[in-house]
Unconditional design. Structure first.
Length: 137
């Protein structure tokens, strides 16, 4: 199942939107290439590095503008990183990547959509109002 980026998903914070689009594209690339173990691994590592970069970006914005739900949002990021590492460990132990490849892609798609709709939308709304306010001051 491919996940699609659309304008309805925009936070209107350009750097975060660009990073979300890349995350969607990378997960779709994983889904397409899950039968090729070497390429799949390369994308898994690329995704891990990119997710960390993205989380640092979001957390930087949240800290800078004193987002009140920062701790909860960061805990969600930390749990994702932990769960993702566990998946990587499991995938590394199997010969047939298809066994866990589909499960991993499903996990990524579900987490990204759920996190986005439950957490990032709230964060973006808060940030946009505070960014505008700081520009007016």
């Amino acid at each position: 199942m491919a996940i699609s980026w659309s304008d309805e998903l925009k936070t209107e914070i350009v750097v975060i939107d660009e990073q979300h689009q890349i995350l969607f594209e990378t997960i779709n690339k994983l889904d397409e290439l899950k039968e090729n173990k070497v390429v799949f691994w390369e994308i898994l590592i690329e995704l891990q590095n990119y997710v960390v970069k993205h989380f640092i970006t979001e957390e930087g914005f949240m800290k800078a503008f004193h987002y009140p739900n920062f701790s909860y949002h960061k805990a969600s990021h930390d749990k994702f990183v932990s769960d993702y590492k566990k998946f990587l460990e499991r995938v590394s132990l199997v010969d047939d990547i298809m066994i866990l490849g589909s499960e991993l892609v499903d996990f990524l798609e579900e987490w990204l959509v759920r996190h986005y709709t439950e957490e990032d939308v709230k964060m973006a709304s808060y940030l946009k109002s505070h960014i505008k306010k700081s520009l007016q001051d």
